[in-house]
Design a protein around this ligand. Structure first.
Ligand code: LLP
Length: 427
């Protein structure tokens, strides 16, 4: 038994005849040699192919795919999406500046988020974003005030919380009443009436995002029904909307999930929309993040030590919760694959990092044939990995590489300790 299970490798990674993993034509071990570990490795081709699948699923539809920047906000990744014609969904002033830095047009940006500051709102208004997705009655008043001060009219949608169960991890479910997101469905009508009265707001659309890593079509349709019901009520009230923003949340396969394909999801959504408005619905926006980049990245890490305490075997690797927080935060499963084949005895390991926390683990109880010094690829690390990293234990941020045209390009170098210290002051 070799204990090498390659069945979860994404299409852009294969094992060569020598048993070594090759990513888009580049040996992962040579990337590790050149750039060190830990390191994130992304595939430009995989991102482009996934985006193309969404575009193909939307042919003939009046739709804009706004890439959810939070999933992977590297400038190189954002620039790829800009070149492919994506819009962007942002949740902070920092994300706004990142997107603008790539040269993207502000009128393709929607601004979501539950706690937009006065400064962030002002800057987004000046930049000319397409729409604010407003998450509370108080935010409506604030945007109106800031817009008035700047002599502008702010385009707004209300993010409706439809109270629909996305059937996902509680930390990444957002569309239930107990979640902090959006304005409750039964209060939305009143909020729209108020928005329509405010002099510096221009009501544009409606927005709904119910959670992340959703692997069924049904929750999307349940939320859509709630949204459409509200749009009809608003029309009766004389409030006409010019777009629908149906959010993001489509899941990916980490291990054995079977999320709908972009085509299946889009066909189901547009089928419902066509029956609702046979003449064609207003333009539809989407805010997908994970589904576009999640399986286009891996985290490369090297085994520092193998150890056993009798009951448990540990592979202590050089990556940690600081580079991949998802396992400990959501008990998320990421496949772990040896980068080379080995004749070592297959053994069950907990794969843990150097950080001084018992919660610092990347995977548990995995059968691996490995030795100290071996490289591992932690799969599905293209989304919510590098972006959730921290400097805890004074661990510098690790490099991000993108394979483009058969070459590994360093899109962010390893952070140095000098850079970390540069921002700090002693008394
Ligand atoms: N739009 C809004 C308003 C959102 O809050 C999110 C994600 C998205 C779009 C994109 O969702 P996606 O298509 O990527 O599922 N850190 C967690 C995921 C948090 C998602 C937060 N909101 C994780 O690692 O699973």
């Amino acid at each position: 038994m070799t204990a090498v299970d390659d069945s979860h490798l994404p299409a852009w990674i294969q094992r060569d005849d020598g048993g070594r993993l090759v990513a888009d034509g580049v040996l992962l071990e040579s990337i590790a040699r050149e750039f060190g570990t830990p390191a994130y490795v992304y595939s430009r081709r995989a991102i482009e192919q996934t985006f193309a699948a969404f575009v193909a699923a939307l042919v003939g539809r009046d739709a804009l795919l706004c890439y959810a920047v939070k999933a992977n906000s590297s400038l190189a990744v954002l620039d790829l999406f800009r070149r492919m014609g994506a819009g962007f969904d942002i949740v902070s002033g920092g994300e706004l500046e990142r997107v603008l830095f790539t040269g993207a047009a502000a009128d393709r940006i929607v601004f979501s988020g539950v706690g937009k500051s006065t400064v962030e709102i002002g800057r987004a208004l000046q930049a000319g974003v397409r729409c604010f997705n407003v998450e509370s009655e108080a935010e409506l008043e604030r945007i109106d005030r800031v817009a008035g001060d700047l002599g502008r009219r702010a385009p707004v949608s209300i993010r409706v919380n439809p109270d629909v169960d996305a059937a996902t991890h509680p930390y990444i479910s957002t569309g239930l009443k107990r979640n902090k997101f959006g304005i409750a469905h039964d209060r939305a009508l009143a909020a729209y009436r108020r928005a329509a009265q405010l002099p510096n707001l221009s009501v544009q659309g409606i927005d709904c995002h119910i959670g992340s890593q959703i692997t069924e079509v049904a929750p999307f349709l349940a939320a859509l029904d709630k949204v459409l019901e509200l749009v009809d009520q608003l029309a009766d009230d004389g409030i006409a909307l010019s777009h629908l923003d149906l959010g993001g949340g489509l899941g990916i396969r980490y291990v054995d999930e079977n999320p709908p394909s972009p085509r299946t999801l889009m066909d189901a959504i547009f089928d419902r929309l066509d029956r609702w408005r046979p003449g064609g619905p207003p333009p539809v926006l989407f805010e997908f993040g994970r589904a576009l980049v999640g399986n286009a990245g891996v985290l490369l890490t090297r085994i520092e030590y193998l150890k056993s305490n009798g009951e448990h075997n540990f592979a202590v690797v050089d990556a940690a919760m600081t580079e991949l927080l998802r396992p400990t935060l959501y008990e998320a499963w990421h496949e772990v694959v040896p980068v080379q084949r080995s004749t070592a005895v297959p053994t069950h390991y907990d794969i843990v990092g150097p950080v001084c926390e018992s919660g610092d683990w990347l995977a548990r109880g995995r059968l691996l044939a490995v030795e100290a010094g071996d490289l591992l690829a932690v799969l599905s690390a293209g989304a919510y990995a590098a972006q959730m990293a921290s400097n805890y234990n004074t661990r510098p941020l690790v490099p991000e590489l993108m394979i483009s045209d058969g070459q590994a390009v360093q899109i962010r170098p390893r952070q140095s300790l000098t850079e970390i210290f540069a921002t700090e002051r002693m008394l």
